[in-house]
Design a protein around this ligand. Structure first.
Ligand SMILES: N[C@@H](Cc1c[nH]cn1)C(=O)NCC(=O)O
Length: 431
């Protein structure tokens, strides 16, 4: 980035340029999110054509998270060393190579290696893009910019989950949908490359801000965090483990247990993404105005407890539990991630978020593996749909534990050592 002397002489980048940069860099995340969600709509094809078990499908999705348990520690350091533009490009290339490797061979170990390489790049790419957005929008429209960034990223998930509809022709073979995912991996690389060029061009003409804090973990800080931070981390692991591993098996579960088509199953799963795209920014605005963050996290977790059991034991329209889950998936992330900023000192935020992402990935890996095992153990299939119930009980218990942690948080935040989670609003912070 520019030196201080040149920064003083140059004008700030025009707003239109900043928003263009945001769209370009978010397209890298769009490609990344597509590849992440490319497996679940393909689950029944992998089973029929390659004989994959649910344990194998869980492995393909869970192995994404495994390198991130370490990678999140080094990703931030790498970004600081080589800069955002080079790091984003490097991580995007890993995403592309991982997607390509996944499509190359029907052998499970090759596909799993592809997902591992993809995971190695994907989560660090999210960190690098977050740092880039902070760099371009600090002191400007930062929250809104993050909202747009996630909206564009989630369009990638939406496209992947609905690929059985718009790319129906591709699902005759296990490989074609994965090759389509590789094309989206290429979009990720192209967007990262264009961003590199844009930043180089802008550095000559405009004063650019420095990098923000990234998700580095400083071990010494961990013991100093308050119990309330750990309640949020515990909620984070239970909440995301109840959402993303559910989505891994959702399309196959809907097909086997509810007799819907792959297209409808994909759409039902994508309802979560759709709700989140619209609901997350709106809930964000709402809690900024009314506070009561722990209470809303309790509400979101409460919504999750019955949804899995409704799907496992009743024939209520799947749109009802998926809408309830969609509300939870919009509400909890909108409240949970910003809440950390009230619970830890500003200079420790990088460590706090890094640790939370690390622990989130432990949950995502563990529960993808566990649910795959549970489905196989209980012989879940179209011929034996009740075999899915064990997995649904595990998910429902996660909702219960999420509720418990949110309750403990609420109790702490209505006591004498509260950090303001329930009380701070834009009105009482104005001025
Ligand atoms: N760490 C990511 C994993 C992910 C999900 N979809 C694509 N990547 C994550 O948890 N994102 C949270 C989110 O709300 O998008």
């Amino acid at each position: 980035m520019s030196t201080e002397a040149s920064t003083r002489a140059l004008p700030a980048p025009p707003a239109a340029f900043r928003w263009l940069v945001l769209v370009v860099i978010s397209l890298a995340m769009f490609g990344n999110y597509y590849v992440y969600d490319a497996i679940s709509p393909l689950a029944d094809v992998l089973q029929k054509q390659l004989g994959f078990t649910d344990g194998n499908i869980g492995l393909l999705q869970g192995i994404y998270s495994v390198p991130n348990i370490i990678m999140v520690l080094v990703g931030g350091i790498l970004i600081d060393r080589i800069g955002v533009k080079k790091a984003t490009f490097l991580f995007a290339v890993l995403c592309f190579m991982g997607a390509l490797l996944t499509a190359l061979s029907p052998k499970l170990w090759v596909m799993a290696s592809g997902r591992l390489v993809f995971g190695l790049g994907a989560e660090s790419l999210i960190v690098a893009v977050t740092a880039a957005v902070a760099q371009w929008f600090r002191g400007k429209e930062l929250s809104f910019a993050f909202g747009i960034n996630l909206l564009i990223a989630r369009l990638g998930s939406f496209a992947a989950l609905n690929s059985p509809t718009w790319a129906r022709w591709a699902f005759g073979s296990w490989r074609t949908p994965l090759l389509i995912a590789t094309v989206f991996g290429a979009v990720c690389v192209i967007a990262a490359g264009v961003y590199w060029l844009m930043e180089n061009g802008a550095a000559k003409r405009y004063a650019l801000g420095g990098q923000g804090g990234t998700d580095k973990v400083v071990w010494g800080d961990l013991l100093k965090f308050s119990p309330t931070y750990w309640y949020v981390v515990a909620l984070c692991i239970t909440f995301y483990s109840g959402i993303f591993p559910f989505q891994t098996f959702a399309v196959k579960f809907f097909q086997d247990a509810h007799g819907v088509t792959r297209e409808t199953g994909g759409f039902l799963s994508s309802m979560l993404t759709l709700f989140a795209m619209i609901g997350t920014p709106l809930f964000g605005l709402m809690v900024d105005r009314v506070g009561k963050r722990a209470l809303f996290m309790m509400l979101g977790s409460l919504l999750l407890i019955p949804v899995y059991l409704l799907m496992a034991y009743t024939h209520v329209s799947l749109f009802v539990p998926m809408a309830m889950m969609g509300i939870a998936f919009s509400l909890i992330p909108a409240v949970m991630w910003p809440s950390v900023a009230y619970l830890v000192p500003e200079e420790k935020l990088g460590t706090a978020y890094g640790l939370m992402t690390l622990i989130q990935n432990v949950g995502l890996a563990g529960f993808n593996f566990l649910i795959g095992w549970a489905n196989d153990h209980a012989a879940a299939s179209a011929a034996h749909p009740t075999g899915y119930r064990l997995g649904m009980w595990i998910f429902s218990s996660l909702g219960f534990f999420g509720f418990l942690f949110a309750y403990l948080l609420r109790r702490a935040e209505t006591g004498p050592d509260a950090h303001g989670l329930e009380t701070i609003t834009t009105a009482n912070q104005a001025g």
